[in-house]
Design a protein around this ligand. Structure first.
Ligand code: GTP
Ligand code: MG
Length: 201
């Protein structure tokens, strides 16, 4: 994919702020700090477009990014940050549900998990939810640079097993640091748009 432009459209808190949905979009879900914003930056060759932070809970809004005026990436707020209050957790749930049920042009949601750790209960719930909504159930295992190559297969097996992934469900390992997995991920993204009738050059 040639990136000609990549811009933040809006950090939305309320559905009225969501941009019009005539362009197709793909959203990234996962716990706080898993690397959602970093993965978006990696895909777009941008260091700071999507804001990243060493302190979890940074992205509390739904951030829409316009790419080439052709499609959007959506950075969803992370879950699972222990210090977040009960009312923010409720707000998170409402926000996610509204988003997931109101976007006509949402073509897929990727579930991100940290390759080093077994999926949490919330990861399992999120993934089950994604599947229930009828999305593909593509998993992105992040921070590949943090493990030894010899550990990779075992980590992948754990993630597949814990999330109850089917053998043909796609799992892609990426590293925002080394850019491993970037091309493979783009191929999957392009294929999703293609099967939905969107071909970008
Ligand atoms: P929230 O916005 O809080 O939900 O977090 P997020 O999922 O957007 O995570 P973010 O991209 O902000 O990354 C969190 C931290 O992990 C940052 O310090 C990143 O630099 C780091 N990080 C993300 N991806 C990678 C990676 O592939 N390798 C390494 N080594 N660090 C990474
Ligand atoms: Mg983020």
């Amino acid at each position: 994919m040639i990136i000609r432009s990549a811009d933040i459209m809006i950090s939305a808190v309320r559905p009225e702020q969501y941009p019009p949905d005539e362009l197709p979009e793909i959203a990234l879900a996962g716990r706080s700090n898993v690397g959602k914003s970093s993965t978006i930056n990696m895909l777009l060759n941008r260091k700071k477009l999507a804001r990243t932070s060493a302190s979890p809970g940074k992205t509390q809004t739904i951030n829409f990014y316009d790419i080439n005026h052709q499609f959007k990436f959506v950075d969803l707020p992370g879950y699972g940050y222990a210090k977040v209050s009960k009312s923010s957790k409720e707000q998170w749930g409402k926000m996610m549900e509204k988003y997931l049920t109101s976007r006509e042009n949402l073509k897929d949601i990727f579930q991100l998990v940290d390759i080093r750790h077994a999926p949490t209960i919330q990861d399992k719930q999120m993934y089950a939810w994604i599947k229930e909504f009828g999305f593909n159930g593509i998993v992105i295992a992040t921070k590949l640079d943090k493990i030894k190559r010899s550990e990779r297969q075992k980590k992948i097996s754990t993630i597949r097993k814990e999330l109850d992934m089917k053998s043909d469900d796609i799992l892609i390992c990426v590293s925002a640091q080394t850019k491993d997995g970037k091309e493979e991920l783009w191929e999957v993204i392009e294929e999703i748009f293609k099967v939905n009738g969107f071909v970008f050059e």
